[in-house]
Design a protein around this ligand. Sequence first.
Ligand code: FAD
Length: 545
Amino acid sequence: MSDFFQESLTEQESRLLQPFVTNLDRPVFGFRNLPEVVKGALFSRYSRSEKGLRRILLDEFIKAPEADFAGIVGSASGNQADQLVAIQKAEAFYDRVLIGYGDDSVAELGGAHLACEGVSNIAAKALEDSRLGISPLEKSTRYVPFNKKVNGRYLYYREPAIMVSSHAARYEASLDHLFDTYTALIDPLISWVQACTPKEESTSERAYASATRAKALDLLRGLLPMATLTNVGLFGNGRAFEYLLVKLAASPHPEVQELGLAMQQELDQMIPSFVKRAKTERGQAYVRYLADNGDRTAALTQKLTADLKTDASAMVQLVEYDPNAETKIVAAILYPQTNLGFDQLNAYAAELSAAAKLEIINTYIGDRAVRFHRPGRAFEETYYSFDLLADLGAYRDLHRHRVLSQERQRYTVQHGYAVPPELVAANLAAPYCQALDRAAETAELIGQDLPEAAQYVVPFAYRVRWRMKLNLREAYHFIELRSSRQGHSGYRAIAQAMYQQIQTVHPALVAKMHFVDLNDYALERLASEQRLDAKLQQMQPPLSS
Ligand SMILES: Cc1cc2nc3c(=O)[nH]c(=O)nc-3n(C[C@H](O)[C@H](O)[C@H](O)COP(=O)(O)OP(=O)(O)OC[C@H]3O[C@@H](n4cnc5c(N)ncnc54)[C@H](O)[C@@H]3O)c2cc1C
């Protein structure tokens, strides 16, 4: 490694530092055993100091009496009350360090893991609507059956406005009917799946049982309503959390607003400095701005478009693409290799023959050995806008792609649902449809009085409309990942259709999208489960699954 300014540390300083850094003498090191806020404060000093961070930690924190470092760190490893005191002390000090030169991005320097349990799918989607800075994970409808009861009641959100209205009994009866049907169909459907796809000798019992159960749960998830309670884990940085808290507070759903307050309370115990503006007047003004604008735009849209009728559009519709995409991408490919202006290169690329452009594009993509070999940023130069109309189950999955722009309409029963052909073949479609139809009647009825709350009734089988805008680079990632064998058939079909529509307009640009999978599979999870078997066998000592 190149020369760097090595801190000269006394023996005593080394001893003091050791518990908090991963090494004392190398240019690359990490921090440990420090509250998030202290790590954030330390990092923020990089922009204003010529010292290394080990020296800053020593001089400005550990050895500075006013920092009360022993108080901060000593109690940070103690009991709960001590930890809180430690964080408060750290926060007070952090604020002093930052006064005068802290900018918004400083709040990205500390993070927190937050678990949100027993939240509805309305709330889960609000949490996962975050893009930069938040990494979510959610309980899967594929691996976990959602038919558990607590105190004799299924786990779904009993929306307070509905529960105090005349619709309460009907709401519970319709949702219970959905969950009863879901529960009743699991075993017969697993048996049917197993009868259709018998276990091959080379497949283990474990892999076969997991794959067939996953298939059955995938097929039945359409019965789950948006009120279904789930668990979401979030890891995020302070700035992203602060923005998320503001957005949650501006939600029309009381559940989501309350969730935001509960999250603030917990984040205040972990990264208080980073999220405190969400609850100040500045934060509240932002909440009002978002909520008021939302209300006004909704009212104006309603006035302007009330007479327009929705037409039954295709599941996937490429609404907009750039006819000059190839030229722009070629210019963007050449750009970093030259000292020419982008305008100049665009003009140059426009004059190239189709064959010359293709050679440049193919050279740039190179030989992709696996789908992780994604083309570079030149492929971000062109965008595709899609209008999608697909079941909520598929929307929930695809919504998770943070890099692209997605926006949905309300959860509704107006666009109907499709019955998975497997349920028809298994002769189980009748109870499935009955439960969904009953839920739709209930949603329509409640919607006349409580349009926001009625969305909790909508089962995942119903279609939702959303738009998606993504660049070609993300299209490679998205389409190849979401068409892959182990995916759910609902979103695999969307990814495959997106590929076909891009291919129609820009064949050269997707010619190397080798890992798009256009096949259909009876047991999507089987290959993954077999790979898992192989991994389990390699483990020492072997893990039971
Ligand atoms: C078969 C399958 C099963 C799944 N099962 C579950 C499940 O059970 N539970 C669940 O919660 N989710 C599940 N997911 C969703 C998954 O965890 C991702 O949220 C989702 O696929 C979004 O994809 P992404 O992160 O690859 O891409 P995008 O969000 O589209 O981002 C594109 C790329 O940008 C980069 N990127 C974006 N954001 C970040 C970031 N914050 N940090 C670092 N890099 C970033 C990454 O390279 C990423 O691949 C599943 C997905 C698949 C395909």
